[in-house]
Design a protein around this ligand. Structure first.
Ligand code: SAM
Length: 218
């Protein structure tokens, strides 16, 4: 049971955050409505919940972070999430992004390498009443038994686009993935045009925690 409450102050701060994201160019109504609905402060220790509606990443344990709201909105908007889309998320972390995707009606499969985080994320999903499929393991290999996916979102910085993930994208599917070195990553949108061809669109620069695994950083 979570001891957090959704006060008028929290609701007001969430509304202000959504207004800020809209000003920064997020115009997908589904994304903005999901951010307005999901109580981000529930993902914070009560001591720090006052920081939940700042547009910043925040530590969640295991040296990992809950992504900055703008980054969550930016990646989600790129995916053009439709109801019943089968979405693979790599890097469950706190489960906040998983909840945003589930709220938008996606059928979410999410992989996290830290068991403690995966378990906490499950508690959050249960709390909000979302049914996503969580797996603890190396997301750089994807989830072959459940492929193909309409959308794939990677929420940690990769050295390259893992071939195994591209192969699990449905034809017509979209992947969003930050790729670069340890200091800075370019957001890439990858669209699968056919069995063998992919279109790559280079977007803005971001800074993520590293994607660690067989097809990521060692
Ligand atoms: N989406 C998350 C949220 O809303 O809280 C933010 C995730 S955090 C920026 C990135 C996560 O990716 C971390 O929890 C990290 O442990 C995880 N990660 C890194 N490499 C991974 C891998 N190979 N497989 C699965 N998860 C991985």
């Amino acid at each position: 049971m979570l001891s957090h409450e959704d006060s008028y102050k929290n609701k007001g701060a969430r509304k202000k955050l959504v207004e800020l994201l809209a000003k920064r160019g997020i115009n997908d109504k589904g994304v903005l409505n999901a951010i307005l609905k999901i109580q981000r402060h529930f993902f914070f220790d009560k001591t720090f919940e006052g920081h939940a509606y700042e547009d910043k990443a925040f530590p969640i344990g295991e040296g990992q972070t809950i992504s900055q709201p703008y980054t969550v909105a930016y990646q989600t908007q790129i995916l053009h999430v439709q109801k019943a889309d089968k979405v693979l998320e790599i890097g469950t972390g706190s489960g906040y992004q998983t909840c945003i995707l589930a709220e938008m009606g996606a059928n979410v499969y999410s992989i996290e390498r830290h068991e403690t985080l995966s378990k906490k994320a499950q508690v959050m999903l249960n709390h909000f009443g979302y049914k996503a499929h969580l797996l603890c393991g190396d997301g750089t290999k994807g989830w072959p038994d459940e492929a193909p996916f309409d959308k794939i979102m990677v929420t940690a910085g990769a050295p390259v686009v893992p071939k195994q993930l591209a192969a699990q994208l449905a034809i017509g599917g979209i992947m969003v993935i930050p790729v670069g070195d340890e200091k800075v990553q370019q957001m890439l949108t990858i669209v699968r045009k056919s069995e063998k061809s992919f279109e790559k669109i280079v977007m803005d620069n971001f800074k993520f925690v590293p994607l660690i695994g067989e097809n990521g950083w060692k």
